[in-house]
Design a protein around this ligand. Sequence first.
Ligand SMILES: Nc1nc2c(c(=O)[nH]1)N[C@H]1C(S)=C(S)[C@@H](COP(=O)(O)O)O[C@H]1N2
Ligand SMILES: [Mo]
Length: 325
Amino acid sequence: MFIKRQPNGMDIPFSSEITPREVFESRRRFIRQLALGSIAGSALADMALREAFAQSPGAQKLPAKPNPSFVVMDKPTDYKDATGYNNFYEFGTDKDDPARHAGSLQTRPWTVAIEGEVKKPLTLDIDSLLKLAPLEERIYRLRCVEGWSMVIPWVGYPLSELIRKAEPNGNAKYVEFVTLADRKQMPGLRSPVLEWPYVEGLRLDEANHPLTLLTLGMYGEVLPKQNGAPVRIVVPWKYGFKSPKSIVKIRFVREQPRTAWNISAPQEYGFYSNVNPEVDHPRWSQATERRIGEDGFFTRKRKTLMFNGYDVGSLYAGMDLKKFY
Ligand SMILES: Nc1nc2c(c(=O)[nH]1)N[C@H]1C(S)=C(S)[C@@H](COP(=O)(O)O)O[C@H]1N2
Ligand SMILES: [Mo]
């Protein structure tokens, strides 16, 4: 097997596992154009996106304007990997379970209730959520606590847009996310691997951070069910489990909320769970990661970046990140 050294230090084996060269180059061109700001207007951007990413036939398109301020230069993960290798324990614990079993998820009608310490509690359906703010496309890294990562072009808008509409009062210090737990639609709930519903949470300033994305789509289409349709949160500087799928409730609260993985294994998964190569998981190192799609026999692992490479250190000034893991 021939190995070609890439300028970024990555070894790419020539094998059937990598994206065909033409698709790969068209993506690179697209991302470069994005970065240079030479793609203007959503119609053109949509065309470029269509060209750049393999589409699943028949999925509902969700055009969005690429936001070049929120794009990582890494090659986006193949659509088939991003939709075929998932964690969504409500549909089973194997990586291919969500793709195989999430078909039973009923994504319409769907409402999200916004409640708790807010001046304007409200319940929004998916169409209202789609219209609440302009949809953007953002290419984020997602780093799972298990040591693998992907690069995904999400479609959504900052969660802060919705928070602004709800007007949290002075008591609101944290935000809790509650996801769907319906045994009729979710075969994984029969297993007690986690306490159901899957719950997550953020500090209010983390929730309001411009990177925190209320996510309705990916790869120019509505979210596939296995990726958390019809609406999820994506927090790119935290381990993947802090990005809850298929949310039904957003609650503003005074105290730090309970979170699914912390309930299940508190010594292993804390509330903060910021990506941090210097703080190991009790059972494995977090210093490196395997990028899904690059896993050829000779492929080197990538170094995991502090906060997954995102500039959010000021949120944690003065905090001991070993203690607040
Ligand atoms: N409701 C719910 N959300 C969830 C999970 C889950 O099991 N249930 N798994 C999390 C984990 S561990 C990861 S790594 C990401 C994976 O997102 P992806 O499948 O879209 O890549 O979703 C997170 N959100
Ligand atoms: Mo994960």
